[in-house]
Structures are given as structure tokens and as C-alpha cells.
Design a protein around this ligand. Sequence first.
Ligand code: NAP
Length: 249
Amino acid sequence: MQTIKVAVAGANGRMGQEVVKMLGTDEQLIYVGAVDTRGSDEEVNAQLAGLKPDVLVDFTTPHHVYRNMELALAHGIRPVVGTTGLSPEQLKELATRFQEAQLGAIIAPNFAIGAILCMKFAAMAAKYMPHVEIIELHHDRKLDAPSGTALKTAELIAQARQSFRQGHPEEEELIPGARGAGYDGFRIHSVRLPGLIAHQEVLFGATGQTLSIRHDSISRESFMPGVNLAIKAVMNLDRLVYGLEHLLD
Ligand code: NAP
């Protein structure tokens, strides 16, 4: 059995702590230490060169994740990224750069299998019930809105249905933002409250009926089987993969 050396950026955070715990339960995965990329280039390069990880797991913030991907690329380390908030342009550019370097990388806006299924079922339903709204609900420490999962779900729905603008053409918001964010003619609503972890409901409406597809992560352990799978899968990739669903089929 080939062991895999794993470093974690954001190891003291809510997700990072869960990752370190998970690494300790799998003898194939060797936790080599925490990486903090907020220092100077010199300091960060010394950390990475010292730890020599095969994989860098990133659960930091939308402000740091792009630089962390660049650092991983520069050191030939394969990143497994759960941090959300990268823009579509950044994702495209990173995909090109990892492809050129023939280095494996995985970015997954959601590592929970149930959330992947929620996205897939929503895309299936959108073909037949094109009137849809997404409500995502997260804890109030989350920095980005809408969530990466909601954006990915929206992208899949937009691919599955004919594009059109929903709602009354003369609809008016009495308070700006009341109808949520617009995405290809439908709406995404973001709820932030203490006590929540990560939840999403995709609501469909048609004449005389509605359909709700809902996923709830009620503990951060829900993400760990996906992170474990991604760490092992990234070792066999030579490009960037966006979304855990590409590793499941
Ligand atoms: P968190 O508790 O705030 O943890 C982030 C940690 O990163 C903090 O400990 C912070 O340190 C550290 N940090 C910030 N910049 C860093 C850097 N450049 N290098 C090293 N460490 C750094 O946040 P969280 O709830 O764990 O979430 C982290 C990210 O994961 C968010 O983007 C969230 O949306 C995402 N997420 C993804 C999934 C998924 O399945 N893909 C699931 C849940 C969450 P300090 O405390 O010292 O500032």
C-alpha cells in the first residue's frame, strides 16, 4: 500500500480540524502538518519544502485559496480544495495551468455525497419542471454567498432547462434583494444563521404541484468520506477536476 503524505491549510478551522481527525483514522494517509500561507513567500516556501507533502488539503478562506493553489502548483503538490469562492475566471485559469503542468488537483464545492445527489436530482427535475428556486442555508460565519454548492447546482439546472425569466414580468422588489440573486432567469436565496451547518433546498413548481429536493449536513463529518476519496483520487490525476461527482461515476 502506497502511503500519501498530506498537509492541511486551515488545520485549526472547523473543517480543517475534522480533516486532521479523519487523516488519523486511515493508515494510508500520513498527516505531515499544518501549513499557514499568510507569511512571506520565503516563509511559505520553507514550510512546504520542509513538509514535502504529496497533497495539500485546503479549507481556508475565499481570500487565500487562489494563492494556495498557485503555491501548490509551484511546488508540484496536488491540491484538494474545499474552500469555496473562486470565480469562474479563476477556475478556468487554474484548470489551464494544472493541465499544462500535468498535475492533479481537485476542487469540490461540496464533499458530501448527499449534496452531490441533491445537485444531480435537481438537474434531472429541471428538465421536466423548469420553474425553480434554490434556497441555501449556512452558519453565520460563512464569508461567501451564494454558497459554492448553490452556484454549482444553478449551473447544472441552467444546462438542463431552456433558459427563461421566471416570475411576473412586472414583479417589483419593494426592498432591494427581496427576490434573491438572479441566475439565468431563476433565483437563489442565501440564509445565514447560527446553529445551521450546510443545507440546501431546491424547490420546483408546476401547475397544481411542487417538488422539494433537500439536503442537510448536520455535522462536518458528512464531508470526510468525500475528502478521503479525493485525496486518494488526486494522486492518479494529471489535470484539475471540479466537482466530486466526476470521481463517483
Ligand atoms: P473556518 O472555521 O473559518 O476555518 C478557516 C481556517 O483557515 C481558520 O483556522 C483560519 O485561521 C485558516 N486560514 C485562513 N487563511 C489561511 C491561510 N492562508 N493559510 C492557512 N490557514 C489559513 O472555516 P470553515 O468553516 O472550516 O470553512 C473553510 C472553507 O471551507 C470555507 O470556504 C467554506 O465555505 C468551505 N467549506 C467547504 C465544504 C465542502 O464540502 N467543500 C464544506 C464546508 C465548508 P485563523 O482562524 O487563524 O484565521
